[in-house]
Design a protein around this ligand. Structure first.
Ligand code: GLU
Length: 522
């Protein structure tokens, strides 16, 4: 087998970019990147665009943008410059398969010349009928090698017929009809295949484009890839690749297949964009560092207690030997937890900046990062500190940045609620009104510095208002909370009042209390 260990490690990520970036693709790219970096090797980006019908405009630029946000880097291959132009760098190019057609065609011809591959003239109708027949007999559908046994004359005749019609026949690789091929996989171990069960795969299509199997082998060889890291779904293709390496007389790369990613009920992961697209995860407000950490654990386990890893730590500790064979469950509760951990670590200034787009999207803020207004509060300029105070308050509780709108609306808009909500369960409207009026007077007389931290405000509320008047705690804090937030559940009313005071001033608190009193007076 391949003795690649002394060579400089070279891995590649080889997507067929057809739109959004699937979480599974991110995992493949990340693992191949981590393995390359850990071994001081190179990471190559090769674009597998041989299926021209599936190409999507801008997909490569989008892919690179997503990988860039996630910290997955490429040392060689396709890249997009500042003007958005797709370019290539490195000594093993071209890195776009559509630009390598002559290389593939030359190699296919070599195989045809040495009788390791053959032209196939079968029509779609014949292949269809064959498939149906085999399926009816419960046999695996396979090409029956009809064209492999054409005599030289038959072959020439068919060729002239096709030439006259201006069509090129496809080329099939002739799989050996006996013996076995063993895949030595770094994750899954040895897997043996009976050669006779391998289909004579088309390697060159009639449009002159290679199929995946041919292109991947030729490219991995010429790009001097030492380790192919890719998803488990490619295992059944690997014996075909190994036989192609053998036919060319090349030493194959090493292979590491990554386990399937599963839903929590162990079913196959959905392909629905909203559930699996990396862009959507980021848009929902998962931090790249949390998502990266989460994805690293999809099939890899450091076998220690450590749960949080930075990219540097992942590079240092990543080892293909610690990749599991069993399916990796995509547990979004775990992701929520991790994201919450990373949010907690953010300094308020940074967190506020990250939250601004979500406040804007929720309609709470208007304008640009440095020139924001709060529309619902008479176009009040949104002071940076105010946003930071709110961010600090929510930091411990947030799981996703996108929750911020629904959690903090009352900081940007006076609350609307039914007056009954102001009445605590053990109390009356009259009592609530009295407590709120008392609070207005109490707050008016409170020195500003008491409002500066929620602890000092909470202490003063408890000692100088509630205990002093021998009030029931709930009968005061409940209507205060509702008057300030319009919500049944929120951070503590002293926390909210302190933020409102520091961000918008005492007037805002008094206005809200006054509104509540008026509602109760109706
Ligand atoms: N182009 C294939 C894909 O889209 C690459 C598979 C491989 O890595 O060999 O997943």
């Amino acid at each position: 087998m391949a003795q690649t260990s002394e060579k400089k490690v070279r891995t590649r990520f080889a997507p067929s970019p057809t739109g959004f970036v699937h979480i599974g693709s991110l995992r493949t790219a990340l693992f191949s990147f981590l393995f390359a970096r850990h071994n001081k090797g190179a990471h190559v980006l090769r674009i597998e665009d041989t299926d021209q019908s599936r190409l999507v405009e801008g997909a490569v630029a989008n892919l690179l943008m997503v990988m860039g946000r996630m910290g997955v880097e490429f040392d060689e291959g396709a890249y997009v410059n500042a003007e958005g132009k797709l370019l290539e760098r490195g000594e093993f190019g071209p890195y776009l398969q559509s630009e390598r057609l002559p290389i593939y065609q030359k190699h296919v011809q070599e195989l045809v010349d040495s009788k390791k591959a053959y032209h196939c003239f079968c029509t779609e109708e014949r292949l269809d009928a064959l498939r149906k027949e085999q399926t009816a007999l419960k046999k695996p559908p396979m090409y029956d090698k009809l064209c492999k046994s054409l005599t030289e004359d038959e072959l020439q005749n068919k060729m002239s017929e096709f030439n006259a019609a201006g069509i090129s026949p496809v080329v099939r690789f002739a799989m050996p009809s006996e013996g076995t091929t063993t895949v030595h996989d770094l994750v899954f171990g040895d897997i043996r295949y009976e050669n006779k069960l391998l289909d004579d795969q088309v390697i060159l299509k009639s449009d002159g484009f290679p199929t995946y199997h041919l292109a991947v082998v030729v490219d991995d060889h010429y790009m001097e890839i030492t380790h192919v890291v890719r998803g488990e779904e490619w295992i059944p293709s690997t014996p075909k690749h190994l036989l192609l390496y053998e036919a060319f007389g090349w030493v194959p790369t090493s292979f590491a297949h990554l386990p399937l990613i599963l839903n929590p009920d162990k079913s196959k992961l959905s392909k629905r964009q909203g559930d699996v697209s990396v862009e959507d995860f980021l848009n929902k407000g998962y931090l790249p560092e949390a998502l990266l950490n989460f994805v690293a654990f999809l099939g890899w386990n450091p076998k220690t207690e450590q749960e949080k890893f930075s990219l540097e730590e992942l590079i240092e500790q990543f080892d293909l030997a610690k990749v599991n064979k069993s399916g990796a469950v995509l547990d979004t509760n775990k992701l929520d937890w991790l994201n919450g951990q990373y949010i907690k670590q953010k300094v308020s200034h940074e967190l506020a900046n990250l939250l601004v787009p979500y406040w804007v999207e929720a309609g709470m803020l208007h304008g640009q990062l440095n020139n924001l207004t709060i529309k619902q509060l008479e176009d009040l300029p949104a002071k940076r500190e105010y946003l930071e105070f709110i961010a600090t308050l929510e930091k411990e509780r947030l799981k996703k940045l996108s929750e911020i709108g629904e959690r903090t609306g009352y900081f940007f808009k006076r609350p609307e609620y039914e007056p009954e909500l102001l009445v605590w369960k053990k109390s009356t409207a009259e009592d609530a009104k009295e407590k709120l009026q008392g609070l207005i007077t109490f707050f008016k007389n409170l020195p500003a510095e008491v409002f500066n931290t929620h602890e000092t405000l909470q202490n003063s509320l408890m000692e100088d208002y509630i205990q002093k008047n021998q009030y029931d705690v709930g009968s005061v804090l409940w209507p205060l909370r509702v008057a300030l937030t319009g919500e049944k559940a929120s951070p503590g009313p002293a926390e909210v009042a302190s933020v409102l005071f520091r961000g918008l001033g005492l007037e805002e608190i008094l206005t809200r209390l006054q509104t509540a009193v008026s509602l109760l007076s109706k």
